[in-house]
Design a protein. Structure first.
Ligand code: DQA
Length: 164
C-alpha cells in the first residue's frame, strides 16, 4: 500500500520505537557521524508522521540491554510493530535478537550512519536476520523511512489478511 493512501478508515497502528545506548546523546555525540539532530526532535517527527497515518508511536531510549529486552517482551500483543535502532547492541546482542524472534513482532532496523561503510565490527548485525529489513546511512531520515516502511508493511499485511 502506498503511503499516500487515506488511512483514516483503517485501524490505528501502534508502533514501539526503541533507541539503544548513547542515542540519548544525539546532537552532541560525534555530530560529523550522527548529525546535529536531538533524539527528542527525532521522536517528535516520528509522532507527527505516525499521526498523519493513523498510527501511534511510543518511544523508549535505554543504555541497558535488559531494559530493551524487557521492552520488546512487553510489546507482545500490545504493539503491531517495532522500529529499532539497537545502536552498539546491533553488533553484540543475541538477547535482543532472541527477544524479537520470541515475540515475532514485525521489526524494522534503522541506523543513522551507514554501518556497512564503517569499521568492520559494525558490519555484522544480529538483528537483521529477524527484521523485515534494515535502513542505514540516511541520518535522521533513516528513522522516517523506517517508520514509513513499517507502516506500509503492516497495512499490506492487514489487507492480505482481509482478502484471505
Ligand atoms: C548506530 C551505528 C552503531 O554502530 C553505533 O554503535 C551507534 C549508532 C547508528 O545509528 O548509526 O550507536 O546504530
Amino acid at each position: 500500500m502506498s503511503s499516500d493512501v487515506n488511512t483514516t478508515s483503517l485501524r490505528q497502528l501502534s508502533i514501539l520505537v526503541l533507541h539503544g545506548p548513547n542515542l540519548n546523546l544525539l546532537g552532541q555525540r560525534e555530530p560529523e557521524i550522527y548529525g546535529a539532530i536531538t533524539l527528542d526532535a527525532i521522536n517528535q517527527t516520528l509522532e507527527q508522521i505516525a499521526a498523519a497515518h493513523n498510527a501511534r508511536v511510543t518511544s523508549i531510549q535505554s543504555n541497558h540491554e535488559g531494559v530493551l529486552v524487557d521492552a520488546i517482551q512487553g510489546a507482545f500483543r500490545v504493539y503491531d510493530g517495532l522500529l529499532i535502532n539497537p545502536a552498539a547492541y546491533t553488533h553484540t546482542s543475541v538477547a535482543i535478537r532472541d527477544a524479537i524472534a520470541a515475540i515475532a513482532i514485525p521489526t524494522v532496523e534503522v541506523h543513522l550512519s551507514n554501518i556497512h561503510k564503517r569499521e568492520a565490527f559494525r558490519h555484522h548485525s544480529y538483528i537483521a536476520p529477524v527484521a523485515i529489513g534494515q535502513i542505514s546511512g540516511f541520518g535522521d531520515r533513516s528513522y522516517r523511512l523506517g517508520l514509513q516502511a513499517l507502516m506500509d508493511w503492516l497495512r499490506d499485511h492487514d489487507q492480505q489478511a482481509a482478502v484471505s
